[in-house]
Design a protein around this ligand. Structure first.
Ligand SMILES: Nc1ncnc2c1ncn2[C@@H]1O[C@H](COP(=O)(O)OP(=O)(O)OP(=O)(O)O)[C@@H](O)[C@H]1O
Ligand SMILES: [Mg+2]
Length: 124
């Protein structure tokens, strides 16, 4: 199976606080993967470090066979930080269309994709 994300021995600290200690995992294509843990468990820090938004003290992260950080690969990653990253005044579809447009996807294509996804959901 194709590994989209490979994390090896990742370590990250904020000042004196060690928040990630020797974390290794991989995420494969075609599967929905959840990262769960209590508040403060370092889920966000792990994702940010894996994407190069935080600098790891040690260890490596590879996305699509490319060592992170790498600006080019960021264009192929969709990352939404928290629910507050969405515009509350827009519908879910309008948010998708808006952010799709920022990524260079035409309004029609983004709209078609969001419609087909919501249709698939309602057929489940
Ligand atoms: N920018 C920062 N500067 C200093 N400490 C930070 C920073 N970001 C996170 N931390 C600390 O790192 C630890 C992990 O935080 P993180 O936000 O990654 O946890 P989380 O699992 O995503 O939590 P939540 O479920 O609340 O989103 C916490 O102790 C937090 O206070
Ligand atoms: Mg978080």
């Amino acid at each position: 199976m194709n590994e989209l994300l490979i994390i090896r021995h990742l370590r990250h600290s904020f000042s004196q606080q060690l928040v990630l200690n020797d974390v290794s995992l991989s995420v494969v294509s075609g599967k929905v993967t959840g990262l769960i843990g209590p508040s403060g468990a370092s889920k966000t820090t792990l994702v940010k470090t894996a994407l190069g938004m935080e600098k790891a003290d040690r260890g490596t992260a590879m996305v699509l066979d490319t060592k992170i950080p790498n600006r080019k690969i960021l264009g192929q990653i969709g990352y939404m930080a928290q629910s507050d990253a969405l515009y509350q005044d827009l519908t879910a579809r309008e948010n998708l269309t808006f952010f799709g447009h920022i990524k260079g996807i035409s309004k029609k294509t983004a709209s078609d994709h969001s419609k087909s996804r919501s249709n698939r959901r309602s057929n489940c």
